[in-house]
Design a protein around this ligand. Structure first.
Ligand SMILES: Nc1ncnc2c1ncn2[C@@H]1O[C@H](COP(=O)(O)OP(=O)(O)OP(=O)(O)O)[C@@H](O)[C@H]1O
Length: 714
């Protein structure tokens, strides 16, 4: 075994990362696999292209090796020689984590050494990290602390075709950072002594205008020009090239293995049923290989999982070796990681995934992909200010990405559950998310970066003007923006520092004034994860009885506090007589008995410690309101006032800020009691518009605590 120093790294949430594995046979296999990738043939040319061009657009087939190989080529090509880091952004956490793990393995190091990743609430990097995978949202946050992104020598924006709101904002930001760094480097080249270097820096800062924080290069290093690479398998290279002033675009030819595309003869009326039939058809008729099925959400995935198990029971014993593996964004990462493990020999794995498995990831073993051609996408109605999730058709680019999850280790097949003629009618690419989402968060980040003229920001696609106005309005009402549109000090500045939705950040800041920050930290952590409670259909009554032990007549927020505190109390007691591992195990059993999703709860505990650290760093006072929950509810009303609703004679609710009529979701503890006035956390649209996470408030508190919204006009 080669001797190489390995070290365990602790993540911010205290977990240890995998140690590097040095199985020589596997290393040899990986080495050969890397050599056979289409991108390997053009390694030298690609490095030259990056040397010669400050902005480069790379388009290459799915699986050709862009995400895993290019950063390594650049590393060996000398792009980290002066200590610069190669940063690669991904739209999704699961891709950032799984690709970093793969590349670390290819390099023979433990994750967190030379190769690491950072996602919200989890940083697995160290001072020796030179290749860093991260989500695009995380890089945006880094820009708040280091506006020149000075530690990076190269930034690769991967899967740019997805056009997430973060990718779009990042592209605009990187365009300007790149120009400034080039200007800065040119200036520095012309300057011979330290004094004039200082003047040169001053000049750049003055040119950048008031409010610029770009005076000093960070980390005490000289800034070199930033190399920017935009990458995807399905990119409108021309549009991106134009946006970057005629940037060079290169195409990597060839794919690793062929993928056969199969279409249905007729349109399917029930895609879930069609998916089920196809799963079993493959399972019973096709040779070895795992199946990846794209579905639209957690509920659909869980129901398909149940149906698969039901149908399996009807098959002869020998045909039952089919293992289901769900993956969706609210699933805790340890569970998400399960899909990357190979099934035992002789067992076929069927992965039921949302579009989080659509790009970048390689799931070992996948030979078959089932694509119903639909996806759940964010939509935003600027007239009501309401954001919702709707099921829509995928674009051609998405279909291509989905089929590209097969054919990565061997030839594959993609079953499209629609006729070929339908495919022709799909949009070429997905509508950029920035055109269909609430912009408050983005605006807050841009303002914190000193970009005040939001409408004038150089977006690759401009968002809707009404959406901008609406989001500016809500930030103003939340007290984050002053009348001149600038971030307020300290509220707006503090809100921008927290990696949370603006309303959550505001709630934490207000809670320190209301002396209930301890309670609010718990609530925000619990609201940041999904499905704390689970209610299996076959045990509905039992789960309802369990919930009653925690439920508060005041609503879901207080109920969540009760659950969190009861779990902490249980864990502390258990630790008195057990070691930590056993105590955690006991907690999982306690969760199971109480129909609480132990993984979600553990995720909430991680989020809690992270945001607690954040508010402590900001100097906020963490105190408890004790038994006086009225104070806490008043604080909720003062924060979530934009989500206040009044009961209507028919039992429905009217949202005061938009006049929209909604129903309380059946999962709420207030579903039956239906108080007069409430605030809620989120709206979900299925056949009905439902509000979730609800707390009873007093109608009269609204004009008192949110006069900017509900004050009586004179
Ligand atoms: N975790 C893994 N296990 C096994 N093979 C892997 C793994 N990750 C990558 N590979 C191999 O490396 C190849 C290249 O993957 P990579 O993600 O770099 O491709 P890509 O061009 O970025 O694809 P995409 O456009 O789909 O993101 C895959 O096709 C696969 O053969």
């Amino acid at each position: 075994m080669p001797s190489m120093a390995t070290q365990n790294f602790r993540t911010s949430n205290g977990n240890f990362q995998n140690e590097a594995k040095f199985d020589p046979t596997r290393r040899q296999k990986i080495k050969e696999q890397r050599k056979s990738l289409p991108i390997a043939a053009v390694e030298k040319r690609l490095v030259e292209e990056v040397k010669n061009n400050d902005t480069l657009i790379i388009v290459g087939e799915t699986g050709s090796g862009k995400t895993t190989q290019l950063p390594q080529y650049l590393y060996y090509g000398g792009f980290c020689r002066e200590g610069g880091v190669i940063g690669i952004t991904q739209p999704r956490r699961v891709a950032a984590v799984s690709v970093a793990k793969r590349v670390a393995e290819e390099c023979g190091v433990a994750v967190g050494q030379k190769v690491g990743y950072a996602i919200r609430f989890e940083d697995v990097t160290s001072s020796s990290t030179m290749i860093k995978y991260m989500t695009d949202g995380l890089l945006l946050r880094e820009a708040l602390l280091d506006p020149y992104l000075s530690k990076y020598s190269v930034i690769i924006v991967d899967e740019a075709h997805e056009r997430t709101v973060h990718t779009d904002v990042l592209l605009g930001l990187l365009k300007s950072v790149k120009e400034k760094r080039s200007k800065f480097a040119n200036k520095a080249l012309n300057i011979n002594n330290a004094n004039s270097l200082k003047n040169g820096l001053q000049e750049v800062a003055e040119h950048d205008g008031p409010g610029s924080t770009f005076l000093k290069p960070c980390h005490g290093k000289r800034l070199s020009p930033l190399k920017l690479i935009i990458m995807s398998a399905s990119l409108d290279a021309r549009g991106f090239s134009e946006y970057f002033g005629g940037a060079r675009a290169v195409h990597i030819q060839g794919r690793q293995y062929p993928v056969d595309l199969l279409y249905t003869l007729q349109p399917e009326t029930d895609y879930v049923d069609a998916a089920l039939i196809t799963i079993f058809q493959i399972h019973l008729e096709e040779r070895d290989g795992d199946i990846l099925v794209f579905l639209t959400g957690q509920e659909e995935i869980e129901s398909v999982e149940r149906l698969i198990h039901e149908r399996l029971r009807q098959l002869p014993e020998g045909n039952r070796k089919l293992l289901t593996c769900p993956i969706f964004s609210s699933l805790p990462s340890e569970k998400q990681n399960k899909v990357f493990r190979l099934a035992p020999p002789g067992v076929r794995k069927v992965i039921l995934a949302t579009n989080i498995a659509e790009t970048s990831v390689t799931i070992p073993g996948i030979r078959y992909v089932i694509d119903p051609g639909v996806v759940k996408a964010r939509t935003y109605d600027p007239d009501t200010g309401i954001e919702s999730l709707d099921i829509v058709k995928t674009s051609k680019a998405q279909a291509l990405q989905r089929s590209g999850r097969a054919g990565r280790e061997a030839p594959g097949k993609c079953y499209r559950l629609y006729p070929e003629s339908e495919f022709g009618k799909f949009e070429d690419s997905t509508t950029p998310e920035i055109k269909r989402c609430d912009l408050s968060n983005v605006i807050l980040v841009l303002k914190a970066l000193g970009i005040d003229d939001i409408a004038g920001f150089d977006f690759i696609d401009k968002p809707n003007r009404i959406s901008i106005i609406r989001s500016l309005e809500s930030l103003f009402l939340l007290g984050a923006l002053a009348e001149d549109g600038k971030l307020t000090d300290p509220i707006g500045q503090q809100m921008a520092k927290l990696p949370l939705e603006p309303v959550f950040s505001k709630a934490l800041i207000l809670a320190s004034q209301f002396n209930c920050l301890e309670e609010m930290l718990i609530v925000i952590a619990m609201l940041s994860v999904e499905s704390i409670f689970y209610a299996p259909r076959e045990k509905l009554e039992e789960s309802r009885t369990a919930l009653k032990c925690f439920s508060s007549p005041e609503g879901d927020h207080l109920t969540l506090i009760n659950v969190y505190r009861a779990s902490v109390e249980f864990l502390e007691k258990s630790r008195l007589t057990n070691n930590n591992e056993k105590a955690e195990k006991n907690l999982r059993t306690w969760c199971k008995e109480n129909f609480i999703n132990s993984r979600s709860l553990s995720h909430a505990r991680d989020v809690h410690s992270q945001i607690k650290r954040n508010v402590e760093q900001m100097g906020l006072k963490i105190t408890s309101c004790g038994d006086d929950m009225l104070v806490f509810r008043r604080c909720l009303a003062a924060s979530f006032f934009l989500n206040a609703a009044l009961k209507q004679p028919d039992g429905a609710y009217r949202i005061l800020s938009s006049d929209l009529t909604v129903q309380i979701h059946p999962s709420s503890v207030l579903f039956r009691s239906k108080p007069e006035c409430i605030i809620f956390d989120r709206l979900v649209r299925t056949n009905n518009s439902y509000i979730r996470n609800i707390c009873r408030v007093d109608y009269l508190w609204l004009p008192e605590l949110a006069p900017q919204c509900y004050g009586l006009s004179e």
